[in-house]
Design a protein around this ligand. Sequence first.
Ligand code: HGY
Ligand code: MN
Ligand code: MN
Length: 430
Amino acid sequence: MTTTGHTPPTDRIDAAQAVLDRCAELDQYSASPHHLERVYLSPQHRQANGRVADWMRQAGLTTRTDAAGNLVGRREGPRHGLPALVLGSHLDTVPDAGSYDGMLGVVMAVAVADRLRSAELPFALEVYGFSDEEGARFGKALLGSQAASGQWDPDWWDLRDKDGTTLHAAFGDFGLDPRRVGEAVRRPEELVGYLEAHIEQGPELEAADRSLGVVSTIAGARRFRVSVLGEARHAGGTPYARRRDALVGASEAITLIERLARATGPQGVVATVGRIEVRPGAVNVIPGRADFSLDLRAATDAERDAMWERMYAEIERSCTARGLRLEAHEHHRAFAAPCAPWLQAAVAAGIVAADDSYPAGAEPIRLWSRAGHDAMAMAAVTEIGMLFLRCHDGISHHPAEDVRSIDVARGLDAFEQAVLEVARIVRERR
Ligand code: HGY
Ligand code: MN
Ligand code: MN
């Protein structure tokens, strides 16, 4: 293993434990004493940025907070101002989160930057702690990485959180100037590529009994608010023949959605209804309206979009048969982001060098990410690669989220090797 300084097995586990301890330390920066919750532009966001910046400086990186609240660490290459290979992930969480979704990738990136202090890399090295991958506060995901990749939309300034605070006001409260958000933008010529380490948030690596995998592509989600419109009436006096029950219609639609998605198989479409609201919501009134969320994903946008067309047509048929109307409003659409072959190869080389859960000569598993990641946004300005780590029972977005120290140990070595492989390829290209 051509690392800059081979880390013997015991140190390997110690290094992994140090990463896990840092992830645990970040749990204290939470909006709730009862569960982990850290959202964009919150006091907890600032605290986490501060602590990770300490670790970045200890790793020899200079640190700054960019114009969108992302934390950025940088170490120059052999000459000042060279394009950078960026490593990173996010520091924000969903409500009642686990300790590793996002944070593990940032802390591992800092640890790899530390390991490579004396490596002669042909580029600058940067680490991003992105500020808002989940979109938990303002309902729009990837705000930090979209700012960095030049995709900020001024319409977002009026987005409001659950307390009615606008994104514009929250910027000011955090000490950021909304007029300067464009200063966060990175240009393609400044970047060599982007690599992200992340827990798989699914069961494939665990089922294969492998520590690590290479991400082939990241699914792009389409999110809708689907409305079934009927007529509120008396729960007792209205015979079935005269009912237009919006909740029964929505229930039929939701089971249809699940049936159609499941039928596409384990590598097919995933569709989730995460929220439903029923009006008027009284126990003795037939629901006149039901609004539910739909999150739709697939390995390719074409598969996803074809499934949406089919779902909408079949739901509309079942609603019409019940005298109900159907409306759908799409409020989020991300495009699938393929990982660049050369960066997939670099990550695979890292796994081959570091992951002894694979038999000698075995090809690392390639899997598509059902979960979204900041890498999707960064794909707009540079080529991307992702390293997946096994996580316990595929659990994520839940406090039971967990990783094994041996997987983190292998992940650190693989991530370090991947960076060295990128360096080798960049030199070769010259
Ligand atoms: O929803 C997602 O896929 C990501 O975890 N935010
Ligand atoms: Mn997440
Ligand atoms: Mn994540």
